[in-house]
Design a protein around this ligand. Structure first.
Ligand SMILES: [Zn+2]
Length: 242
């Protein structure tokens, strides 16, 4: 009788030991509701979204923005203005050193539809060269200032090897829009394959970002650059790409 009981006790310890080994080696996942909240369900919902920042580099906010993006391990796309790159070359270089994509937002931020072909070309070529020489990146896309474009603009850019990028998520973060309104608009409009248009010189944008990033991550979004979003959808017709 005693022998049988001893045998059972030893047997129970063997089972407990086996479970400990399985947990330690990762064969059994310990999960709870809390863990689910802490680790977003990215595997179940591999949505992609691109964050883009226009009009920089910005003297006051670019460094802060770069620190924020680094903290959250996000790579974004910066549509820079050539004149700003000339004014703040070290900031343009820094954007590149932090691993972000730099693309073309013209040299003087004009309405391109109002310019003759020659000037459209100059606006794009000058900034393309600045991006190449200062940020050491080969730009492949441009965004027309104010979203103004026509067929002539698209064709001139195409001849220079630049595709036009628009956006699909537009929170209107310029001007005096409050941070909570900006984040609300982004979260309302966000969708798989989306392109979010934001601006480099907006304090409210910086304030809106933490909430946006946390919530989108929780919903299962991955943040990608314009090139990455384009390359992963090469076979599709994209509304934001012309
Ligand atoms: Zn702009």
């Amino acid at each position: 009788m005693f022998k049988v009981r001893l045998h059972l006790v030893v047997y129970r310890y063997e089972i407990i030991l086996a479970f400990i080994i399985l947990i330690l080696t990762g064969s059994i996942a310990v999960s709870s509701r809390d863990n689910e909240r802490a680790f977003p369900p990215v595997q179940r919902y591999p949505y992609k979204i691109a964050i883009t920042f226009d009009d920089g580099p910005h003297q006051k906010y670019t460094k802060e923005l770069l620190a924020f993006l680094k903290k959250y391990n996000i790579k974004a796309t910066f549509f820079v203005v050539g004149d700003q790159v000339i004014k703040y070359p070290q900031l343009a270089r820094l954007i590149s050193l932090y691993g972000h994509e730099i693309e073309n937002h013209t040299t003087t931020h004009p309405n391109l539809t109002k310019l003759p072909e020659k000037n459209i070309k100059e606006e794009l070529v000058m900034t393309r060269e600045l991006i190449k020489n200062i940020a050491e990146q080969k730009s492949k896309y441009f965004r027309p200032p104010g979203g103004h474009y026509d067929n002539k603009v698209i064709e001139v850019a195409k001849d220079l090897g630049l595709r036009m990028v628009l956006w699909t998520v537009f929170p209107k973060d310029h001007g005096n829009t409050q941070a909570d309104i900006i984040s609300e608009r982004i979260l309302e409009q966000a969708h798989d394959g989306g392109v979010i248009l934001l601006h480099s010189g907006s304090k409210q944008t910086l304030e809106a970002l933490p909430k946006v990033i946390k919530e989108l991550r929780y919903r299962g979004y991955h943040f990608v650059t314009i090139s990455q979003l384009h390359n992963s959808n090469k076979e599709k017709e994209l509304v934001w790409l012309k």
